[in-house]
Design a protein around this ligand. Structure first.
Ligand code: COA
Length: 181
């Protein structure tokens, strides 16, 4: 289970499975932020899917979903293979915090937890996409160290962060052993 990284006192970041009681509490938060399609989206190239919840005093205040995919597969590109290892990435496809709970570090804690879990899952990078004009999200991503690649398709950008090589190229387990609820 992940704890807050210097942000909100008592904040817990946990992975939530669909059969967890937390799931029912998280759902209204997802609905309020109109991110149901991103929580529900399924695709053949998703190797695994992980929903994280930010919980304070037993109440979910925010969420993040990332999926593990072979790098390039969603764009129809061939595998990238380094030293006989095919590269995988964690793509964040849902991310939100309740409006009244914003700007106190909850989003940052969710992002950091996702990075740690992605590394444990042998991903070589974390990536996400955001429309232009989302100043809070841009600030958060830049301050965490993400690079920015403007999309060739529309007025959005990709945020990309490389994860340390030990977790992406050297580790062989590929299985995250952390807490789930
Ligand atoms: C993006 C989002 C998840 C961030 O959650 P959060 O809990 O507020 O995140 P944090 O508090 O960790 O960080 C927010 C940062 O943005 C900064 N910020 C807020 N509004 C800002 C603005 N208009 N311009 C620049 N920076 C801004 C805050 O000061 C904070 O930075 P700091 O930690 O350096 O002080 C939240 O704003 C949200 O749910 N937005 C709607 C959904 C969304 O846009 N999701 C992401 C794209 S799918």
């Amino acid at each position: 289970m992940g704890m807050d990284a210097g942000g909100v006192q008592g904040l817990r970041i946990v992975e939530v499975k669909e059969d967890s009681p937390i799931w029912e509490q998280l759902w209204p938060v997802v609905e309020q932020l109109a991110q149901r399609p991103y929580i529900e989206a399924q695709a053949g190239h998703f190797r695994s899917s992980h929903v994280l919840a930010a919980i304070l005093e037993d109440r979910p205040l925010g969420f993040l979903r990332f999926v593990v995919q072979r790098l390039g597969e969603d764009e129809g590109r061939p595998p990238i293979v380094i030293r006989d290892r095919t590269l995988y990435e964690a793509k964040i496809i849902a991310f939100g915090v309740l409006p009244e709970e914003r700007n106190r570090g909850i989003g940052r804690s969710l992002q950091k937890e996702a990075m740690g879990r992605a590394q444990a899952l042998d991903c070589c990078q974390v990536r996400s996409r955001s429309d232009y004009g989302n100043s809070a999200n841009y600030h958060l991503k830049i301050s965490l160290g993400f690079g920015i690649q403007p999309s060739l398709e529309d007025d959005s950008v990709y945020f990309v962060m490389a994860l340390p090589a030990e977790g992406s190229l050297e580790s062989s387990s590929g299985e995250y052993q952390g807490d789930c609820i």
